[in-house]
Design a protein around this ligand. Structure first.
Ligand code: ARG
Length: 456
């Protein structure tokens, strides 16, 4: 069993089952890189504070850098006998350099290390999520530009509503993902990783020693915003940044899930507007004809996990007395899980959208449905014939009902038949107002341009 960072006051050996139950190394090894940074800064601060010699600090730092190289090369494996990653790295240093390693943990606590590592993790992976959103946005934008003149059916209540452009439909998702990217960007800018909080009360190492140590770290720490702890208690006990990141990821997930649901629906035989790329579908072991939308279904399904991760951290935090409590160890799995799932989904969704095929013939057939232009006919009467909207709404409603009951197209009705609904209604008016081109072009309040993407 690996050596613990505590134990002096205990007479009895830890219960084996409890020991296993309490370990976090099986998942917090993902913080290994960031934990070595904490140790590198701390070792330096200890020399400036006169607690360890420069020689000891150099030895410790050399051992840490060796571990760092292993982590970066993907060769670092969690040691299942260690309690957590902080213990594992500490023990590794000890194995490499012997006794001076015992001085590394002077005047510091894992409470400070955990939150430091998690902040650096969030900084790193928020950037990755931002990259994923940018690639997705790029592909959605290029599809929107490619289909900017293709008429499409817009829905409300999952019922045919009005004609839009397919480009416009995609613009809605461009807005959603752009807003997500903006949220991540803002989150990233607000993140600071603090060092020097000790267990909760600060340490006897001065602010100046810590600041000098941070300054001495060189390039690798520059990409992270590291500062000396300001409010030690808040630093070790606050997990707002994790809740915030998980909230943003939940919103990204909501958007991915809505897009998935749209595409599942539009690719059914009943709709048939799009063909899903085969590379992202699977078949049935029994029914030879099946091409199932599994990627989209898994995205929709994972929404439960992503929302659950947020709720689990919010709930875990809600009743914790200040400051650090072991409950907080349980913030890591939800964080890692949401980051890994959303980041993979974004990567696949970008490829998926790039390969999505539009069935223009099916869409054109659906566009023949005259009820799609009922609103345009009413608006035409209002704008051109100065009919009051309430009257226009009522008479067009009656006309649609009449056409359904009679099972005859409005466009095939005679002038006389049409004028029974309103004196200014005739074949010319009907033909002018009830078509896709007019429907789209009569909308002056919106921009049909594909919006610029900031981060792409
Ligand atoms: N594995 C623990 C965590 O992730 C490390 C902190 C332990 N601190 C303590 N005082 N027991 O929260």
């Amino acid at each position: 069993m690996a050596k613990k960072l505590w134990g002096g006051r205990f007479k009895k050996k830890i219960d084996r089952d409890f020991e296993e139950f309490s370990k976090s190394v099986q998942y917090d090894y993902k913080l290994a890189e960031f934990d070595t940074y904490h140790s590198l800064i701390h070792a330096q601060a200890l020399t400036y504070a006169g607690i360890i010699t420069k020689k000891e600090a150099d030895k410790i730092s050399a051992a840490l850098k060796m571990i760092l190289r292993q982590v970066k090369a993907g060769k670092f494996k969690p040691d299942s006998s260690a309690e957590d990653i902080h213990t594992q790295i500490h023990n590794r240093v000890q194995n490499q350099i012997g006794h001076p390693a015992a001085k590394l943990h002077s005047l510091r606590s894992r409470n400070d290390q955990v939150v430091f590592g998690e902040k650096l993790y969030c900084m790193t992976f928020a950037k990755e999520i931002l990259g994923g959103l940018s690639s997705l946005l790029k592909n959605v934008k290029s599809r929107a530009a490619g289909h900017k003149n293709c008429a499409f059916i817009g829905y409300t209540h999952t019922r045919r509503a009005q004609v839009i452009l397919f480009g416009q439909y995609l613009q809605a998702y461009i807005s959603m993902f752009q807003n997500d990217a903006d949220r991540i960007d803002k989150f990233l800018h607000g993140l600071t990783a603090y060092i020097g909080a000790g267990a909760l009360a600060g340490t006897s190492i001065t602010k100046q020693a810590y600041a000098k140590a941070i300054g001495a770290m060189g390039s690798f720490i520059k990409e992270f915003n590291v500062k000396v702890a300001e409010n030690a208690l808040d630093n070790v006990s606050g997990r707002d940044f994790i809740v915030e990141f998980l909230s943003i990821l939940s919103i990204v997930q909501m958007h991915l899930s809505r897009l998935s649901e749209d595409l599942i629906l539009y690719s059914t035989k009943e709709f048939g507007f799009v063909d899903l790329p085969e590379e992202f579908c699977t078949g049935s072991s029994l029914m030879p004809h099946k091409k199932n939308p599994d990627f989209l279904e898994l995205v929709r399904g994972y929404t439960g996990r992503i929302y659950g991760n947020l709720i689990s951290v919010l709930t875990m935090m809600k009743g914790l007395p200040l400051s650090y409590n072991r409950d907080m160890q349980l913030d890591k799995e939800p964080l890692f899980s949401s980051v890994e799932i959303v980041s993979t989904e974004l990567k696949i969704m970008a490829k998926f959208i790039g390969k999505l095929k539009l069935n223009k013939l099916v869409i054109e057939k659906a566009l023949e449905d005259e009820s799609l232009y009922a609103t345009e006919l009413a608006e035409y009467l209002v704008v051109k014939e100065k009919v009051a909207f309430g009257d226009a709404h009522d008479l067009v409603g009656k006309l649609i009902r009449y056409s359904e009951d009679k099972n005859s197209k409005i466009k095939s009705m005679s002038d006389e038949e049409l004028s029974r609904f309103h004196k200014s209604l005739n074949k010319k008016v009907v033909n002018k107002a009830m078509n896709a081109k007019y429907a789209v072009e009569s909308k002056k309040s919106i921009s049909r341009k594909v919006p610029k993407i900031k981060n792409a």
